[in-house]
Write a protein that binds this ligand. Structure first.
Ligand code: ADP
Length: 322
């Protein structure tokens, strides 16, 4: 069997571990893998080439994706997806492994449902916002990067007795923000799924901390928060309370870097698992992790609502900030 593999959407550390595992497990089972460059954009352009085992040397520990990635607006059109199916057929590719996030899986789901392309998904996004899995590749690495950065900010915040607002990525999900806040002992966290997500609550939390004698505070702000982005919230606090605060937007720093051991291990396990399942004739699924176990579920599950962070985490942040 000839398999295609692509990475799509936002790059995430651990994608290379998954690519390597797909290629090498396929090789071990007597299958061939073609690498498709730049996600669905490259697929539409026929930008693909055979990917032998040796092409995966020394990529396990590298961030980003050696197949490159892209966003491809045309892929929302069914005629373009038909073209993609034709490209795969012409190249003799019988099944497509998609490594990406929510949008990439929705595209794979449509490609299989409409045009009969056998697809399998490996979760790769720093946002950790997919239904049916508690983990996605890149989340653990991005979390550790954000925590390390905030530990550094903490030193200067406490030296000056200053308030810092630190914005972390996550698109519409607060998963990365709330986990980062808990891991770095933030004084408050703003994230969209929080039941207490309001400007007024933030001000009263900061006031309470001040009255308890805290002279410096770190507030983690999810980029998708409904109160506003860190810069806007900072401006409002300055205007209303004349605070000497600083804003840091961590931005793309969180996407890069060498994947953690956890992301390498899950990239490797998931890459092997999808190939073994395709080898057994399974189609239209994506892999995940639930309660520590490797799971697989129908691709259509991606259409379910995005999971919210565990409800108690935001509350723990404020309890532990006392
Ligand atoms: P991620 O996979 O990280 O969530 P995006 O949401 O940007 O990233 O999706 C990656 C690509 O998948 C898009 O650029 C587009 O080509 C394709 N895509 C996303 N959503 C859909 C959809 N609903 N239907 C078809 N293709 C989609």
């Amino acid at each position: 069997m000839r398999l295609g593999v692509l990475t799509s959407g936002g790059d995430a550390p651990g994608m290379n571990a998954a690519i390597r595992a797909v290629v090498r497990q396929a090789d071990a089972l007597g299958h061939e893998v073609w690498g498709i460059h730049r996600g669905y954009q490259g697929l539409l352009e026929g930008d693909m080439a055979p990917m032998p085992s040796r092409a995966c040397a020394n990529i396990l520990q590298r961030g980003g994706t050696v197949l490159h990635t892209a966003r491809c607006a045309e892929f929302h059109q069914t005629e373009q997806r038909a073209l993609a199916a034709a490209k795969l057929k012409a190249a003799g590719i019988e099944a497509l492994v998609v490594i990406g996030g929510d949008g990439s899986f929705r595209a794979a789901e449509a490609l299989q449902r409409e045009h009969g392309v056998a697809c399998a998904g490996i979760p790769g996004t720093i946002d950790n916002d997919l239904p049916g899995t508690e983990r996605t590749l890149g989340f653990d690495t991005a979390l550790n990067t954000a925590v390390e950065a905030i530990d550094r900010i903490r030193d200067t915040a406490s030296s000056h007795g200053r308030l810092f607002l630190v914005e972390v990525m996550g698109r519409s999900s607060g998963m990365l923000a709330v986990h980062t806040a808990l891991a770095c002992g933030a004084e408050a966290v703003l994230y969209p799924e929080s039941p207490e997500d309001s400007y007024e609550n933030l001000v009263s939390q900061l006031n309470a901390n001040w009255l308890r004698g805290k002279r410096s505070s770190i507030v983690v702000v999810a980029e998708g928060d409904t109160v506003g982005r860190a810069v806007a919230v900072g401006e409002r606090l300055k205007l209303d309370h004349s605070l000497d605060l600083r804003v840091v937007v961590l931005g793309h720093v969180q996407r890069g870097g060498s994947p953690t051991a956890i992301d390498r291990i899950w990239g490797s396990r998931w890459g092997c698992e999808v190939v073994r399942r395709l080898d057994r004739g399974e189609r239209g699924f994506y892999v995940g992790e639930v309660a520590g176990a490797l799971v697989a579920q129908p691709l259509a599950r991606i259409l379910e609502p995005q999971p919210a962070p565990p409800g108690d985490l935001g509350r723990l942040v404020s309890v532990l900030a006392r």
